[in-house]
Design a protein around this ligand. Structure first.
Ligand code: BMA
Length: 900
C-alpha cells in the first residue's frame, strides 16, 4: 500500500504557503494477462518479463533459446492494477494529476473504473487529470497494456496508401515486424546484435500529484559565451510550468527567480502565466568577475558542474517548491568550412573553441529489460569507456533516450554525447498523428536531456537518409513513391524534429542523420545523393570481405561515426546463457545467437586471413580457442582502422582527410551473443577494449607500410605542443628478446595533430637490421617525452600473417608473485592485485583470464617480448589472492595448437 511519499510545504517569510503533495505509486502491483490465466505480482518501475521471472513463471529470458520460446509474452495484453490511499485533504487541491514518467507503451488507464487517458509512446511523460475521479481513502488504478507487436501490425495494416518499409527484420534476427509504426525502443523488436523482447510495463516512476497553483515541471539551461568584457556567459534558463485554473481564473501572476547556487548571480522576472501550461525564458548574465570554470571533455580539463535553482512565487499561493538543475559552462561548434586542397567541407567539433578529435564508440541499451540496469553498472560501462581513452559516445537511434544517470555520469566523467533521436534503419510514417506524437516526444526529451554539458550534438536518426539515398528498402520503385518518402523524410526530421529542437536549443548543432553530409545534405534538400561522401559530414563504414589489415581499403572520411567487426564474448559470459551441449562451433546455440547474416563465417574469414586455426584440444577448449581468435581478429581490425583515422587528422591525401572522429561500432552489449561490442554483457572487457586504450591514447605512434615505405606517424590530441619527443622504432625477431636494431628520431610534437616522423624503405630497414626474412621480424614503436618518461603506448607492426611467421615458438607463460596492493591505486577497484608474468619465449596476443573473478587487467592481449613484466588486476568485488590464483589463466597465440 502506498504511503504518502512527499509533502512539500514550503515556507516563505513574505508569502503564505504553497502546497504540493504526492502519492508514490511505485512498488508492488498486480499483473494479469487478458489472454491467459496468469495472475502475478509485478514491480513498478519494471516490465512484464522480469515480473514473470520474479513470479517463477518463466526462466531466464536470456538463457539459450528462450528469446524465441518466450515470444508469447509480448503478444499477450497485460494489465497492471493496484490500490492506493489518498488522504482526504488531497482532494482539495486545484489540480490532481496522474504523473507517468514512462509507460511502455500502448496503454489505456483507468482510475476507480473511469477512463483517464491513453499512451502510445514510451519516450513521453504522460499526465492525466484525476480531479474528478479520485476519492478520499482507497482508490484503484488499472493500466491496460496492448501488445506492442499487435499494435504495430495494426497500424501498419491501416496505413493503406503505401507501405512504409521495412516490413519485417531479416529472419536471422528472429524479430517482430513494423517497429517503425510504434514509438518504442526500435531494437526491442530485435536487431542484428540483440533479441526481440517487446516488453510491456510501467518502466519509469508513476505517482499522483496534487497542487494548488503551479508546478515548475522542467528547466532547460543552455549556455552562450558573453561579450567577455563585462559578461562572461549568458544562460538561457527555459522554465516550463504547469499552471492550475484557480478561483482567480486561468492566469497566475508572480515572480520567477533563478539563482546560481553559491554565487551572487541571479535573475528575477515578473510574469503572468496562463493555464494549463506556460513557459518563460530567463536570461542570466554571468559577470566577468564571477569566477566560473568551464566544463571540459575528459583529457582537456576539469568537468565543473554548477547548480541553478528556479523558484516561482505568487502573492495568493506563496512560494512553490523550487527546482535545481545541474549544468556546465561550455560552448560547442560544429565546424564545416572549406579545407585547402580538398573539395567539400570539414566536419569537426570545437569545444570551448578547441578543436577536439572525438574518440570513442556507439552506445546501445545496456539490457533488454531496463529495470535491470543499475547505476553501478552504468557507471562501470562509462568508466570503462574513459579507461579506454574514449572521450565520446554516440547514443544510437535504435535504442532509448537514456536514463538520467547515463548523462549525469557522462557529465562527471567528461564524455561527450552525440545524441541521436530514436529512429533507425527504416522509413517512418508521416501522418499528422505520428508527427504530433513525435513533436511532443522531441520537446520533452530535449528539455530533459538538454541541460547536460556532455550532450554536444543532436542527430535526427540512424542511417535513414542513407537508406533513402541508396534505396535499401525499395523506396525507389517508382518516382511517386520516392518523392513521397522524401517528402515524409523532410516532414519528420526537418519540419518537425529540427524545428522543435532549434526552437528550444540553439546551443548545439543539429545534424539531420548519421551518416550525412552535414551542410551539403542541407543543400541537397535533406537527402544527399551520396550521404557517404568522404568530403562531407560523417560516414559509417562496414566491410567484412576485404582484408582489414589493409588500411588502403578504409575511407579517409572527415568523421568515422561507425565502423566495426564482430567477435564472440568470453566463455564466462556465454556460459551464463547456455549449457554444455552449446559449447561447440557448430551448435544450434551458436547459430541462434548470431543475428547478423553470415556473421560467423565473416568472423572466421577475418581470422583465417592472418591466423592459423586452432587445432586439437577437447571440444570445449576448441570453442574457447575460437572465441579467443575472434577477439584477436576483431581487435586487430579495429586497431588498424582506428589508427588510420587518427593519423588522418592533419593531412589531405588525394583530396580527402582531416578526419576528426573515430567512433567504432559498438561499445556495449544488450545480451550474451556475438556482436561488434568491445564490452560484453555484464561489463567484461574484450581484447578490443584493451586495444582501444592504446589506439585512443592521447599520444601514440602508428607504424604502417605504404607500398615500399615504412612510415611512422606520431599523433597527439594534447592541446599543448610537446618539444623534444623521441620516437623509438625497434626491429625485432620473433625468436628473440633482444631487438635487432633501434632507430631514434627526436622531433617537436605539434598540439592536436598527426605528423609523419619516420619514412624509410622497409627492405632497407630489414637489411640494415640483419632481419633474415620478413616473416621472421616485426617492428615496435613508442614516443617518449624527453627520452625519459614513456609517453605513449608501445605499438607493433607485424610484417606477416601469423600462419607464415618464422621463429615463433610455444611460450610457457606463468603468473607469479600475486599480491594485493594496499592502496587501491585505482579507486574503481574493490581490490587491486599486482602480478608478475614470466615467459620462456616472445609471445603475441598474451591473454589473461581471471575466470569467475570479475574485473580487468591493466593490459591484456599484448605482445610480450620481455621475459618478465608486472601487471595489475582491478577486481570489481573484493577478492583474496588465493581465489584469484585459482582462477587466473594465461595463454598466447601459439597455444591454439593443442595436443590432439
Ligand atoms: C550500423 C548500426 C546498427 C547495426 C550495425 C551493425 O548500421 O547503425 O544498425 O547494428 O551497423 O550492422
Amino acid at each position: 500500500m502506498a504511503g504518502v511519499k512527499f509533502v512539500l510545504l514550503l515556507f516563505s517569510a513574505i508569502f503564505a504557503l504553497s502546497r504540493e503533495e504526492g502519492v508514490d505509486l511505485n512498488g508492488e502491483w498486480n499483473v494479469e494477462s487478458s489472454t491467459s490465466d496468469i495472475k502475478i505480482r509485478g514491480t513498478v518501475p519494471g516490465c512484464i518479463h522480469t515480473d514473470l521471472v520474479a513470479a517463477g513463471k518463466i526462466g531466464d529470458p536470456y538463457y539459450r533459446f528462450n528469446d524465441v520460446d518466450y515470444r508469447w509474452i509480448a503478444k499477450e495484453n497485460w494489465t497492471y492494477t493496484r490500490e492506493f490511499d489518498v488522504p482526504g485533504g488531497m482532494l482539495d487541491f486545484n489540480e490532481l494529476l496522474l504523473l507517468c514518467e514512462g509507460l511502455d507503451t500502448v496503454a489505456t488507464i483507468y482510475v476507480n473504473g473511469k477512463f483517464v487517458g491513453r499512451s502510445d509512446n514510451m519516450f513521453k511523460r504522460y499526465m492525466f487529470d484525476l480531479k474528478s475521479v479520485l476519492r478520499s481513502g482507497k482508490n484503484a488504478i488499472a493500466v491496460n497494456f496492448t501488445s506492442a507487436i499487435t499494435y504495430a501490425m495494426e497500424k501498419n495494416a491501416s496505413h493503406t496508401q503505401y507501405m512504409v518499409p521495412p516490413d519485417c527484420p531479416p529472419a536471422v534476427q528472429k524479430g517482430e515486424c513494423h517497429p517503425n509504426f510504434i514509438r518504442k525502443e526500435q531494437c526491442s523488436f530485435s536487431w542484428d546484435w540483440g533479441p526481440a523482447f517487446a516488453t510491456q510495463g510501467i518502466w519509469k516512476n508513476i505517482s499522483v500529484q496534487g497542487y494548488d497553483s503551479s508546478v515548475i515541471r522542467d528547466v532547460l539551461i543552455t549556455t552562450r559565451k558573453g561579450d567577455d568584457r563585462s559578461v562572461s556567459w549568458q544562460l538561457d534558463v527555459n522554465v516550463f510550468m504547469d499552471v492550475a485554473t484557480t478561483t482567480a481564473g486561468t492566469h497566475l501572476t508572480g515572480t520567477l527567480n533563478a539563482q546560481l547556487d553559491g554565487f551572487k548571480s541571479s535573475v528575477s522576472k515578473a510574469v503572468t502565466l496562463s493555464a494549463p501550461k506556460d513557459s518563460v525564458t530567463l536570461t542570466m548574465n554571468i559577470s566577468s568577475d564571477t569566477s566560473v570554470e568551464k566544463w571540459w571533455p575528459v583529457g582537456y580539463g576539469r568537468q565543473m558542474l554548477y547548480n541553478l535553482t528556479v523558484s516561482f512565487s505568487n502573492k495568493e499561493f506563496g512560494e512553490g517548491p523550487a527546482k535545481t538543475v545541474k549544468f556546465g559552462f561550455r560552448t560547442v561548434e560544429l565546424v564545416q568550412e572549406k579545407i585547402p586542397g580538398s573539395t567539400g567541407l570539414s566536419f569537426y567539433f570545437k569545444i570551448n573553441d578547441l578543436p577536439i578529435f572525438m574518440k570513442g564508440s556507439n552506445w546501445i541499451p545496456a539490457d533488454a529489460f531496463k529495470n535491470r540496469i543499475t547505476t553501478e553498472y552504468t557507471r562501470y560501462l562509462l568508466q570503462s569507456a574513459v579507461d579506454a581513452n574514449m572521450n565520446t559516445l554516440r547514443v544510437w537511434g535504435g535504442g532509448i533516450y537514456e536514463h538520467d544517470d547515463v548523462y549525469d555520469i557522462a557529465d562527471e566523467l567528461g564524455i561527450m554525447i552525440w545524441q541521436d533521436f530514436m529512429f533507425a534503419c527504416a522509413m517512418y510514417p508521416a501522418d499528422d498523428d505520428f508527427l504530433g506524437n513525435v513533436r511532443e516526444e522531441i520537446q520533452q526529451q530535449v528539455v530533459r536531456i538538454g541541460s547536460h554539458p556532455s550532450v554536444i550534438a543532436w542527430s535526427g536518426n540512424n542511417e535513414n537518409e542513407a537508406a533513402l539515398a541508396a534505396n535499401w528498402y525499395g523506396t525507389d520503385n517508382s518516382s511517386w513513391l520516392y518523392y513521397t518518402f522524401r517528402a515524409d523524410y523532410v516532414k519528420l526530421y526537418i519540419d518537425v524534429i529540427k524545428t522543435q529542437v532549434t526552437s528550444l536549443d540553439q546551443s548545439r548543432p543539429f545534424i539531420s542523420s548519421s551518416p550525412s553530409n552535414g551542410k551539403e545534405t542541407e543543400m541537397e534538400h535533406s537527402v544527399a545523393l551520396n550521404p557517404y561522401d568522404n568530403h562531407y559530414g560523417d560516414v559509417h563504414y562496414y566491410n567484412y570481405l576485404t582484408d582489414c589489415w589493409n588500411w588502403t581499403t578504409f575511407p579517409k572520411t572527415r568523421f568515422a561515426s561507425e565502423y566495426g567487426f564482430q567477435s564472440w564474448p568470453s566463455f564466462h559470459t556465454l556460459k551464463n546463457a547456455s549449457k554444455e551441449d552449446d559449447w561447440t562451433l557448430d551448435s544450434d546455440f551458436n547459430a541462434h545467437r548470431q543475428h547478423h547474416g553470415d556473421g560467423n563465417a565473416q568472423m572466421m574469414d577475418q581470422v583465417m586471413l592472418h591466423f592459423p586455426l586452432p587445432t586439437g584440444g577437447d571440444p570445449i577448449q576448441q570453442y574457447k580457442d575460437f572465441i579467443y581468435m575472434s577477439q584477436i581478429a576483431q581487435a586487430m581490425c579495429i586497431k588498424t582502422e582506428s589508427e588510420f583515422y587518427r593519423r588522418s587528422r592533419s593531412e589531405i591525401v588525394n583530396g580527402v582527410g582531416h578526419t576528426m572522429g573515430a567512433l567504432y561500432w559498438q561499445l556495449n552489449d544488450i545480451w550474451q551473443g556475438p556482436t561488434w561490442s568491445s564490452l560484453e554483457y555484464g561489463g567484461r572487457w574484450k581484447m578490443l577494449h584493451y586495444y582501444a586504450a592504446k589506439f585512443f591514447a592521447p599520444v601514440m605512434t602508428v607504424i604502417f607500410e605504404d607500398k615500399e615505405q615504412l612510415k611512422v606517424y606520431a599523433v597527439s590530441d594534447l592541446a599543448i605542443k610537446q618539444n623534444q619527443v623521441t620516437l623509438q622504432l625497434q626491429l625485432w625477431m620473433w625468436s628473440s628478446f633482444t631487438p635487432l636494431q633501434a632507430w631514434t628520431v627526436t622531433f617537436d610534437m605539434d598540439a592536436n595533430s598527426a605528423m609523419i616522423v619516420f619514412n624509410k624503405t622497409t627492405a632497407q630497414l630489414l637489411k640494415s637490421g640483419g632481419c633474415p626474412a620478413r616473416e621472421a621480424c616485426y617492428f615496435t614503436s613508442a614516443a617518449n617525452l624527453n627520452k625519459t618518461r614513456l609517453f605513449g603506448p608501445v605499438n607493433a607492426h607485424f610484417l606477416t600473417s601469423f600462419q607464415s611467421a618464422k621463429g615463433l615458438t610455444k611460450a610457457k607463460i606463468t603468473v607469479t608473485n600475486v599480491t594485493i596492493l594496499p592502496d587501491a591505486s585505482k579507486a574503481k577497484a574493490a581490490t587491486t592485485l599486482r602480478l608478475e608474468l614470466k615467459t620462456t619465449a616472445p609471445a603475441p596476443f598474451v591473454w589473461l583470464d581471471a575466470g569467475d573473478v570479475e574485473g580487468r587487467f591493466s593490459d591484456n592481449g599484448f605482445l610480450m617480448n620481455v621475459e618478465t613484466m608486472t601487471l595489475e588486476f582491478y577486481a570489481r568485488a573484493s577478492v583474496a589472492v588465493a581465489m584469484f590464483q585459482k582462477e587466473v589463466t594465461v595463454q598466447s597465440l601459439m597455444d591454439i595448437e593443442r595436443e590432439r
